[in-house]
Structure formats: structure tokens, C-alpha cells
Design a protein around this ligand. Structure first.
Ligand SMILES: [Zn+2]
Ligand SMILES: [Zn+2]
Length: 245
């Protein structure tokens, strides 16, 4: 067990003995978010079938996706990205907070359930892939919170989870890029598929899981890589939260 992981486990043991607090406002609360903060969570508005742009009717494509056909075939998020859900995501990401991880994994399961009827190929998904982080980043954090969310959904839906098919090269964090252009350049060829996985993924339906979609640039780049390197059939993406464009 690495030092980071050991530290996280010890912190969790200590946390279990302390009174639980809301992860956002720090008021005492048995739940991840106190009732006040839970009410402040914003549900995702009716949005485009392949991105988070608002649309009039369920299942529509937005003007942008009609004009520039997207690389993914289906997108759904549970919450609009805002302060409250961000606090939960950050606690899961950097503090390995088990309550936050469980909350997010329930969120993804709910989302998959809610979209099952309108997203027929969820029944035909062959592989479930968590959006990867680079190896140095993984060593730094000792785990990828998205693995956890994907693994829980895979267990429930009985879909095969593959953690290492899609990989990510080490780059500077997108948040450190100053311009949109620099962010785009930084992401170019950031993903690759392991050689062994190429034939495996060929012609299959894929479900990608991530905690949050802020710009869609990362998701699009990952999907582009899956299409180009192994011509997968269809790609669906589920995230806990998304920025409404
Ligand atoms: Zn609160
Ligand atoms: Zn769209």
C-alpha cells in the first residue's frame, strides 16, 4: 500500500469516528450534503442528446451538434455543475472521501437507470470505460475516483469494466492552460488505446464514465481516439455533472 493510500485509509478510519459533516457547508449532517445544500443542487435541464446545450424537446440535437456532428452518440448528466456538486466531486477526487464516492456512484447508477428507456443501446453496451488519468497523476492521487464510479455501475449492470484499454498521456492540467487554443493543443493526442485492446474494442458499443463534463473537450478527445484507433460502434457518456453551455 502506497503512502498516499495508507494516509487516505487512516483518515477514513478517523473520520468514521467523528461526527459527520456536510461536505459543502460543514454543518453537522449524516448525509454527504445537509438538507439545505441538497436543495441547492441543480438538476440538469433538458439538454441535447449529445452535449449539454439546452433544447426544447427531449431527444433533440442542439443547433451546434446538427451543424458539427459530434463524436459521441449519447450524453447524459444528472446535475448542472455548480458549487454544491463541485464540493462533493472535489472531496471524492482529492480527499478520497468515501461518502462522496458513494454519493457520486449512486448518482451515476440513477442516471443510467433513468435513461435506460431512451438509450436502448445501454442494453448492448459491451464495455464500460472510466475516463482515465495519466500514470503520474494516478500515482500522485493513488486512485482515480472515476474508476470507482464505473466499477460500481459495471457491477450493477453486469457490464465488463475495462480500466486499461483507454490510456492517457501525462500533460499539464487543463486548468493551467491560459487560452482555449492552448487547452486544445494540450489535449491533442492525449489519449491512446493499448495495442491489445484495439481488436477487442472494434465494432463494440462503449459507455464512458466521468465525474464532470465542463468543456466537453476531454470527452470529445477520448471519444475521437476510440473512433480513430479502433472504430468502435457507438459511444455513450454519463457524467455526474455538466456545465450547461
Ligand atoms: Zn450543507
Ligand atoms: Zn448538442
Amino acid at each position: 500500500m502506497g503512502n498516499n493510500k495508507l494516509k487516505a485509509v487512516l483518515e477514513q478510519i478517523i473520520a468514521d469516528f467523528l461526527p459527520q459533516k456536510c461536505l459543502s457547508c460543514e454543518e453537522f449532517s449524516q448525509d454527504v450534503l445537509c438538507s439545505k445544500c441538497q436543495t441547492a443542487l441543480i438538476a440538469m435541464p433538458l439538454h441535447c442528446r449529445t452535449c449539454s446545450n439546452p433544447v426544447q424537446n427531449f431527444g433533440d440535437l442542439c443547433g451546434r451538434c446538427l451543424k458539427y456532428p459530434p463524436v459521441i452518440d449519447f450524453f447524459a448528466a444528472k446535475y448542472r455543475y455548480g458549487n454544491k456538486i463541485r464540493d462533493v466531486i472535489l472531496a471524492a477526487k482529492f480527499a478520497h472521501n468515501r461518502r462522496a464516492l458513494d454519493f457520486l456512484s449512486l448518482t451515476i447508477k440513477d442516471l443510467a437507470f433513468e435513461n435506460r428507456a431512451d438509450f436502448a443501446f445501454l442494453d448492448e453496451v459491451f464495455y464500460l470505460l472510466p475516463l482515465p488519468i495519466s500514470r503520474p497523476r494516478l500515482q500522485e492521487r493513488s486512485y482515480n475516483q472515476t474508476h470507482y464510479l464505473a466499477a460500481e455501475l459495471a457491477k450493477e449492470q453486469k457490464i465488463t469494466l475495462v480500466k486499461h484499454f483507454l490510456r492517457r498521456k501525462h500533460r499539464l492540467p487543463q486548468s493551467e492552460m491560459e487560452s482555449r487554443k492552448a487547452r486544445k493543443r494540450n489535449l491533442r493526442d492525449a489519449f491512446y488505446v493499448s495495442n491489445a485492446a484495439k481488436t477487442e474494442l472494434n465494432g463494440k458499443n462503449i459507455l464512458l464514465i466521468d465525474d464532470v463534463a465542463t468543456t466537453f473537450a476531454t470527452i470529445s478527445e477520448a471519444a475521437k481516439c476510440l473512433r480513430e484507433e479502433c472504430s468502435v460502434k457507438q459511444i455513450a457518456v454519463l457524467t455526474c455533472a455538466a456545465t450547461v453551455l
